[in-house]
Design a protein around this ligand. Structure first.
Ligand SMILES: Cc1cc2nc3c(=O)[nH]c(=O)nc-3n(C[C@H](O)[C@H](O)[C@H](O)COP(=O)(O)OP(=O)(O)OC[C@H]3O[C@@H](n4cnc5c(N)ncnc54)[C@H](O)[C@@H]3O)c2cc1C
Length: 345
């Protein structure tokens, strides 16, 4: 049975949180693995030389121009508890489910772990590609395995967590297998008893400011606090187009950091290991005078300089120009290369 309906000259405006007005030659949404296989076969048959791209909620993408090939999107939803072991539950979740709906649902079932990752935009499938992280937690801590379909030949493959090679906003799906696999389901291992993750100072400070004693915290306390802090700090893509942190925080050698500290006494850092520290890219960008500055219709956000925004009507090229200018200034002043977290297409 045919499960797919290809749509041509498809506007991507509502499919990317930057609000870039690009179009796809063809767009196919599928609701099952069978539908995905049909979509792959259709694309390979119709235009084997054109590119194939899988997107989620488009919250980490920047379309530089119209996409000349087929864009795939998963509408595989559903949450299936698969096993319970002692204090843990193993749950299989459809890649097309919205990430924050999954977080909310997991907590409502008494499955703990994802509360610090509340309100991150996007879908479950991308969480396993991106290894999303915030407030002292990252998806990789809770992922057991990732079910995929190989876009080159339609074969199924399951990656266990070690094979995903997770690191800071990093996975095998962003490196050697970039663009090769469609994630169909992600398996999470969550706890049946709640232990608050208070490793991130900003979160503990916000909880204290609300007068929440750490001895009696609930997972909902964490979730609601994370949501409220995020709403204060980050622009809502519905109001102001953006893709969250545009740049990754650079990891530099301690020797470089010590040299920089001689001329910039207040430069902050977080220890990564004995040899390396992470420097907040937002601080570097602000020091270069970019906080709140515009370049045409593109701007650096006035509260969180790590976020580039579309003030309305910016093109992908406008955002990229701003990105290049910021990178050049940070490189010139600090000798540090900023790398985009956002995927430019
Ligand atoms: C306001 C805002 C705040 C944000 N805050 C955070 C944050 O705190 N922490 C954080 O880590 N990120 C954050 N982000 C970035 C973004 O939410 C994440 O990167 C998210 O995982 C992207 O999900 P998505 O579904 O929108 O994926 P997309 O942006 O559509 O795609 C991202 C990548 O995943 C691939 N992909 C998507 N779905 C699939 C699939 N099913 N199979 C195979 N590949 C797929 C795409 O090809 C692309 O390479 C933020 C973004 C915004 C706009």
């Amino acid at each position: 049975m045919n499960e797919i309906t290809p749509q041509y000259h498809y506007s991507l405006l509502s499919r990317n949180t930057f609000g870039i007005d690009a179009a796809a030659h063809c767009f196919i949404e599928y609701t099952s693995e069978e539908g995905l296989l049909q979509a792959i076969a259709f694309h390979r048959h119709e235009w084997p030389r054109l590119p194939l791209l899988h997107i989620g909620g488009g919250s980490n993408l920047l379309f530089m121009h119209d996409f000349p090939g087929t864009i795939l999107h998963s509408a595989i939803h559903g949450v299936q508890p698969m096993a319970q072991e002692e204090d843990m539950v193993l749950v299989r979740v459809g890649a097309g489910m919205k990430w924050d709906e999954w977080v909310e649902y997991s907590l409502s079932r008494g499955w703990y772990g994802l509360e610090n990752l509340s309100l991150i935009p996007g879908e479950v499938g991308a969480s396993a590609v991106q290894n999303i992280g915030a407030y002292g937690a990252e998806a990789a801590q809770y992922i057991e395995k990732v079910e995929c379909v190989d876009l080159t030949d339609g074969s199924l493959r399951t990656f266990d967590v070690a094979e995903c090679e997770y690191g800071y906003r990093h996975s095998v799906f962003k490196t050697k297998f970039q663009g090769r696999y469609a994630v169909t389901h992600v398996w999470f291992r969550l706890s049946l008893s709640f232990v608050p993750n208070l490793s991130y100072h900003g979160l503990t400070a916000a909880l204290e400011a609300q007068g929440k004693p750490s001895a009696s915290l609930t997972a909902q306390d964490i979730r609601q606090t994370v949501i409220s802090v995020r709403r204060q700090k980050l622009p809502d893509p519905e109001q102001l187009g953006n893709a969250g942190s545009f740049f990754m925080n650079p990891v530099v050698q301690v020797s470089l950091y010590n040299r920089l500290k001689e001329s910039h006494a207040t430069i902050p850092c977080y220890r990564v290991d004995d040899d390396n520290v992470k420097i907040p890219a937002a601080w570097l960008i602000e020091q270069c005078g970019w906080k709140g500055r515009s370049l045409g219709r593109a701007a650096v956000h006035h509260v969180q300089p790590l976020v580039l925004v579309n003030k309305g009507g910016a093109s992908g090229a406008d955002i990229r120009n701003l990105c290049s200018r910021v990178q050049a200034d940070v490189l010139e002043r600090f000798g540090i290369a900023l790398h985009p977290e956002v995927m430019m297409i």
